[in-house]
Ligand binder design. Structure first.
Ligand code: NAD
Length: 327
């Protein structure tokens, strides 16, 4: 165990209570393996792979890159072409993966099969009521996403400073705080709010091993906390993405009364993938969180995790004491 072990780290067998959450087009083997090798929990994103067979190969590739545990994210949200979720789930269990992050909808339909194969489940959600439901259906941990997060923050708009303690007050299972976390200060804050660790996405996008174009990493370093846009509000499928020509056009069309078919070709994931592959920041929509305002370098995952944990321990042992006058 590491210097900051928690219930989460113990149950999931990781050195640090830090998870790299699922990220479409980013959660590939090289990033997941780098995070896991550095003592965190890395995560391959299932739907980034075009077919279940490709996911099986990606899991194999990750195993060759790390001997540490890693997980697979399976997100179920509205999609333009619904993927064969059951086949992806089958590949996950057949590959012997022991940790899954479910997200987007009720994890219950997947529970029996994952349980049968000894898979531990982290369910990522955006409200206390959904977290309680997930606990009731038997997940092992929840990851709770505040309004700051990249991607889909839900429709309640509750920032982490309220959402996380509201959740940890009512849940018994380990909780990961997610949305807006990027450094050791955030980790200590999460622990103070009753969480057992943190989940980070945007921070891990901006690491040496993250398999995206350098110009996107540079944009995150240059960007600040105001650089994101909320799209799909009117469709109740809100997503926080980078503010760019495409996301602003989407906001305008929906504000003007447009429906999904009017924006489908602007928001297609295949266009977002081009941003990450070619580095053209206006090629499509791409997810990024408010945490970009806290990011100003591109470290390796090992440097990042080491820095976060060292900073967190220093804050707990020294800085908080010198800032306060606790007798
Ligand atoms: P896609 O190309 O099918 O869709 C692009 C975007 O449009 C997605 O955000 C999707 O949720 C949204 N969308 C699709 N159909 C919709 C509809 N009928 N009404 C409202 N919104 C609709 O998706 P993709 O980019 O290939 O992504 C694959 C999966 O990963 C999707 O389920 C997507 O939501 C999910 N994803 C999740 C996050 C996250 O932050 N959790 C980020 C990116 C993608």
């Amino acid at each position: 165990t590491g210097p900051l072990s928690t219930r989460f780290a113990e149950v999931f067998g990781v050195r640090h209570p830090i998870v790299q959450g699922g990220m479409q087009w980013v959660g590939r083997a090289e990033l997941a393996a780098a995070v896991s090798s550095a003592g965190g929990l890395g995560m391959i994103t299932a739907l980034t792979q075009p077919t279940p067979k490709d996911l099986a190969a990606e899991i194999e590739r990750c195993r060759k890159l790390t001997d540490q545990p890693f997980g697979v994210n399976l997100t179920i949200l509205p999609t333009i072409t619904p993927p064969p979720y059951d086949e992806y789930r089958r590949v996950i269990v057949d590959s012997g993966v022991t940790i899954v992050e479910t997200a987007g909808s009720n994890p219950e339909p997947h529970m029996a099969m994952f349980r049968e194969h000894g898979v531990r489940i982290i369910h990522k959600c955006t409200s206390v009521r959904h977290a309680l439901k997930a606990e009731r259906v038997g997940v092992d941990a929840v990851s709770i996403d505040g309004f700051e997060c990249a991607g889909h923050p839900g429709e309640d708009d509750i920032p982490g400073l309220v959402l996380i303690p509201a959740a940890t007050a009512r849940l018994s299972i380990p909780v990961l705080a997610s949305g807006g976390f990027a450094d050791g200060r955030g980790l200590v804050a999460a622990l103070a709010l009753g969480a057992d660790g943190i989940n980070m996405g945007t921070r891990f996008m901006c690491t040496a091993e993250s398999p995206i174009h350098d110009s996107v990493k540079k944009a995150i370093v240059a960007g600040d906390e105001r650089g994101t846009e909320l799209i799909f509000r009117q469709l109740r499928n809100t997503a926080r993405v980078a503010g760019n020509a495409v996301s602003r056009e989407v906001v305008e069309i929906l504000r003007g009364g447009g429906a999904f078919p009017d924006i489908a070709q602007l928001v297609a994931g295949s266009r977002g993938r081009k941003v990450f592959e070619d580095g053209d920041l206006d090629a499509g929509i791409w997810s990024v969180g408010m945490a970009q305002g806290l990011i100003d370098d591109v470290p390796t995952c090992a440097e990042l995790l080491d820095r976060i944990v060292t900073e967190a321990v220093d804050i707990i042992e020294n800085r908080l004491r010198t800032r306060t006058a606790v007798a």
